[in-house]
Design a protein around this ligand. Structure first.
Ligand code: GDP
Ligand code: MG
Ligand code: ZN
Length: 347
């Protein structure tokens, strides 16, 4: 069982938090979380766990569970500290984060052909990924529907900088191998993208089988297809991938540095302005204006950067302490990303 849990991503960061001697309490990873219930994988089976008010988990969380809940359900003993949380801004009036997936190393930003590809959504996704300290990988699906997928890829690479971009066609073994290479054993990935982009198709292709379970046909012969809903899926080589329902609005929940990392090309230029607090609005010695003039920086890209910076600055003002909180999460997550990278390298 311990081996299975390691394949699900259990490592020292989490086991060091498990000092409980109670042998009924055991670690498990959340496969899907709902408001009052979640399903976890305890290394042997999927187990349903009742959640009390105030207990909140998302797919990818590591938890301690114990038997004894109502209707044969288990109980949540404790959620382990997260290494990272991929979160977005909740829709609605309240300014708060909504967890999408916990403890992920790689964020796959999925967009489908035909072009045009939604660059704004990609930029927002990149900022969320950097914020979670995860490595972003862009996946352009349905390349079979595109006239010039390679041209689109080059164009995106030119705009977004040094981000991995993978093209996917149906039954694309080469594309799948590229995705697999980004997710070494023990690593966890999450798919982010609009509904219909091909996320679930990717999960099934990576898993090598249809992960959607279908219920037995009833005795009266009527087909009853119930899908056992799950988001976290174990992959054959010992990594996991989390499928998310399509997210229409990708509200950014991130700090300035995650936004700046997303617009690395722009910030590098901005760092060369004569004044550290340059607003790039005509001050003398403004490198940004110079780059706009000589065409090395697009006005569109600059505008996106400024818009996202304003958005997160506004958030930080409304929630004092947010930057520091985000910073702590990022420090831990970056260490983890480095760990996975090194592990991968020494194999
Ligand atoms: N032409 C084409 N269709 C695809 C490809 N990948 C997925 N699809 C189709 O796109 C639709 C949505 O796929 P799905 O995986 O459910 O998207 P999700 O909502 O992101 O999970 C389905 O009808 C798939 O068969 C692809 O590479 N090419
Ligand atoms: Mg889906
Ligand atoms: Zn400037």
């Amino acid at each position: 069982m311990a081996r299975r849990l390691m394949r699900l991503g259990l490592d020292g960061f989490f086991t060091s938090q498990v000092a409980d001697a109670d042998e009924l309490v055991r670690p498990a990873r959340v496969v899907v979380g709902h408001r009052d219930m979640c399903t976890v994988d305890d290394g042997i089976d999927h187990v349903r766990v009742a959640l009390k008010a105030g207990e909140s988990v998302v797919a990818g969380d590591w938890v301690l569970v114990r038997p004894g809940g109502p209707r044969g359900l288990h109980l949540l003993h404790r959620r382990l500290e997260r290494r990272s949380l991929l979160a977005r801004r909740a829709t609605g009036d309240v300014e708060e984060a909504q967890g999408v997936a916990a403890n992920v190393d790689v964020v796959f930003l999925v967009e489908a052909f035909p072009a045009p590809i939604n660059v704004h959504r990609l930029e927002r996704g990149l900022a969320l990924a950097w914020e979670a300290g995860a490595r972003p990988v862009i996946v352009l699906t349905k390349a079979d529907l595109a006239d010039d997928p390679g041209g689109t890829l080059d164009d995106l690479a030119g705009r977004l900088g040094a981000i991995d971009i993978v093209l996917m066609r149906p039954d694309d073994t080469e594309g799948l191998a590229c995705l697999q290479a980004t997710l070494p054993e023990g690593a966890s990935g999450v798919l982010l993208g609009p509904s219909g982009a091909g996320k679930s198709t990717l999960v099934n292709a990576l898993a090598g089988h249809d992960t959607m379970r279908t219920a037995q046909v009833r005795r009266d012969g009527k087909g009853r297809h119930t899908t056992v809903h799950r988001e976290l899926v174990e992959l054959p080589w010992g990594a996991v991938i989390i499928d998310t329902p399509g997210i229409r609005q990708l509200g950014v929940w991130a700090g300035q540095s995650a936004v700046d990392a997303t617009f690395d090309d722009v910030t590098q230029v901005a760092n060369q302005c004569r004044f550290a607090d340059c607003h790039h609005e005509g001050e003398p010695g403004c490198a940004v204006q110079a780059a706009l003039a000589d065409g090395s920086l697009s006005a569109d890209r600059l505008a996106h950067w400024q818009a996202l910076r304003r958005e997160v600055a506004w958030q930080a003002r409304r929630l004092p302490g947010l930057e520091q909180r985000l910073r702590r999460q990022q420090d831990r997550a970056v260490m983890r990303a480095h760990e996975v990278h090194m592990r991968n390298k020494h194999r």
